[in-house]
Design a protein around this ligand. Structure first.
Ligand SMILES: [Zn+2]
Length: 445
């Protein structure tokens, strides 16, 4: 896999000795130039309320996202259900070599009931999956460890280190999802707060051979400035060859912002899902994250940010639609970058301005992400659309919104004149084309 980092150095003790007490005020680290995109649509994403997929669906989506260019594809928990085990078995023969190299099998640290890691059946399932990388989740909050997992703090640390060591001995690359890390480190709830213990969980994972530690905002409760500060502290503390990643949930509506803040803090791996699917309010939306890193990376890092899939950025909307379609989900029109409404303009002032220059009301060129501009016909913009049509203004045409389902015979019953009192969805694409003329050459981008 492109540019993946080597295993942890043998001894990191010295680097960690200075941690307790000093890390909370660490200055922001230099943002990375290369950021890995880690897609967990087919694992964490499937925990979304409306999400259900067959093994065939998973294979199709994995293949699509691999060719789009994400760096990692976390596709299931083979030790937890037969469907995910079947996926990894079929992936051996049904996915391309490129896709197989990106596969990640997900699991947890050994159970507290397993005396040793090599006796733990779900860790063995990770080895048998054939995926080159395993990602195991552990508790990284003192309160979660003792009160929810029901393990002692010491046992939890041993579960982390023994599990990583076992998987490394079996030849896998290992990532560790530090669940509730930000809760523990930042003390978002008083009972959670234990900065030193959360860091200790990261330390034992690194010393056992993990190549990546992923800081999780599992409950989605934190805000960007705290995420950046905490991430920077960890990046400063770990050896430079260790990948620090972020895994954010959208419960506060800021999962994308939190992920970008973590990158500002020095994280160089971002976990998320296509279209933001996932449990509760969803995971961080990778479409928006990829768009931001690829098109606005220089706002985070002066030199810009290198994202492998940026060469396929024009296929972003297509990939997003493919995932929705395969999962039988209704695409969210208002989704940034890729939604049908992301570059749809309705207000009269806006439509007028777009005729002069598309930049007036668009933050990026929609073509860069495979989307397109649409000017909606409505009582708010009808007069501007009419002017545009009469004058054939270069650079903007008018089109209706994507209509709700209609029958082919509807066109004949539609009025061929602007009726400002009508809802814009009353116009079919064919009717609108007759009224306003074909879209003409755009300008501005
Ligand atoms: Zn999650």
């Amino acid at each position: 896999m492109r540019g993946l980092l080597a295993v942890a150095v043998a001894s990191t003790t010295a680097l960690w000795l200075a941690l307790p007490g000093a890390v909370g005020l660490a200055p922001p680290a230099t943002p990375p130039k290369r950021v890995f995109i880690y897609d967990t649509t087919l694992r964490d994403g499937t925990q979304g309320e409306a999400v259900s997929c067959s093994v065939d669906d998973k294979l199709k989506i994995a293949s699509k996202l691999a060719s789009f260019g994400v760096d990692y594809l976390e596709c299931g928990w083979p030790g937890s259900n037969p469907k995910d085990a079947e996926f990894f078995a079929r992936a051996r023969t049904e996915l391309s070599q490129e896709a197989k190299q990106k596969l990640v099998a997900f699991g947890s640290t050994r159970s507290k009931r397993s005396a040793t890691a090599d006796q733990d059946p779900q860790l063995r399932a990770l080895v048998e999956s054939g995926a080159p990388t395993a990602c195991i989740v552990c508790k990284a909050s003192s309160w979660q460890t003792t009160e929810i997992l029901g393990a002692s703090r010491e046992d939890n640390l041993d579960m982390i280190s023994s599990s990583v060591e076992f998987l490394r001995q079996e030849g896998l690359k290992v990532h560790v999802d530090l669940e509730h890390f930000y809760d523990g480190f930042l003390g978002g709830r008083a009972a959670d707060g234990d900065e030193d213990y959360s860091l200790e969980c990261a330390r034992v994972a690194v010393e056992a051979g993990a190549e990546a530690v992923v800081l999780c905002d599992t409950n989605g409760g934190h805000l960007p400035w705290d995420i950046e500060r905490a991430t920077a502290a960890v990046v400063d503390a770990v050896p430079s060859e260790i990948v620090v990643g972020v895994h954010a949930h959208d419960d506060s509506g800021v999962a994308v912002a939190n992920s970008l803040a973590a990158v500002r803090g020095g994280a160089c791996l971002v976990q998320g899902t296509a279209n933001g699917v996932g449990e509760r309010t969803g995971n961080a939306n990778l479409n928006a994250i990829i768009g931001a890193l690829a098109l606005k990376g220089s706002q985070i890092c002066k030199e810009g940010i290198d994202v492998a899939c940026s060469s396929n950025l024009h296929l972003l909307a297509d990939a997003a639609r493919f995932v929705d379609e395969t999962l039988n989900l209704i695409p969210r029109k208002s989704q940034p970058y890729v939604g049908a409404s992301a570059f749809a303009h309705k207000g009269g002032l806006h439509v007028s301005a777009l005729a002069k220059n598309a930049k007036a009301y668009e933050h990026v060129d929609p073509a860069r992400v495979g989307n397109e501009q649409r000017v909606l016909v409505s009582e708010l913009s009808a007069s501007q659309c009419g002017k545009s049509s009469r004058r054939r203004v270069d650079g903007v045409g008018c089109a209706p919104s994507i209509p709700t389902p209609y029958s082919p015979g509807d066109d004949a019953r539609r009025p061929h004149a602007i009726d400002a009192t009508r809802r814009l969805t009353d116009y079919t694409p064919q009717a609108a084309a007759r009224i306003f003329g074909a879209r003409s050459r755009r300008r501005g981008w």
